[in-house]
Design a protein around this ligand. Structure first.
Ligand code: ZN
Length: 160
């Protein structure tokens, strides 16, 4: 299911390709603790043969299932990469895997997706972190306990 295309098919005219790439194919499974991928990546690309190269460009779309880095709330975000373009695939370029006239664009798509992922997924840009969540947690008596008790410890020191 990788995104391979035959250079010979491009000799006469440009090619349009659309379809899906699986997460396994793109090796995105365990990339980031806070970002999970469940659905395949869809692509809609146009391939063009230049004099000595192949140019692939078009749109990629995928859904990220994230956990907010500040409040840990789960949320989904669609990543729409409308202007992806492969580096021109020269036949003798080392990086490009051309076998039997097939060019594999998968590694470039992977690279572009990896570079486009949020460094720190946030449920909203202004997320205030665990402030609200800690109130809920306080009644349950879980987590945050340590920081609360150490705050009291600090206060006690001040009183002395
Ligand atoms: Zn958040």
């Amino acid at each position: 299911m990788s995104l391979k295309f035959n250079i010979r098919h491009l000799e006469q005219h440009n090619l349009t390709l659309d379809g899906e790439l699986s997460i396994a194919e793109l090796e995105l499974e365990s990339l980031d603790e806070l970002i999970h991928f469940e659905e395949p990546v869809s692509y809609d690309l146009e391939l063009q043969k230049l004099e000595n190269a192949v140019l692939a460009q078009g749109a990629l779309r995928l859904v990220l299932h994230c956990e907010c880095a500040r409040c840990l709330k789960p949320f989904d975000r669609t990543l729409a990469l409308d202007h992806w373009a492969s580096p021109p695939s020269l036949k003798r370029e080392e990086k490009v895997d051309v076998s039997n006239d097939l060019v594999d664009s998968t590694p470039f798509i992977r690279e572009h997706i990896v570079l486009s992922l949020p460094q720190q997924p946030l449920c909203e840009p202004e997320c205030k972190g665990l402030q609200n969540a800690s109130k809920k947690l306080a009644s349950g008596g879980l987590e945050k306990k340590d920081s609360t008790s150490s705050t009291w410890a600090e206060l006690n020191k001040l009183k002395l």
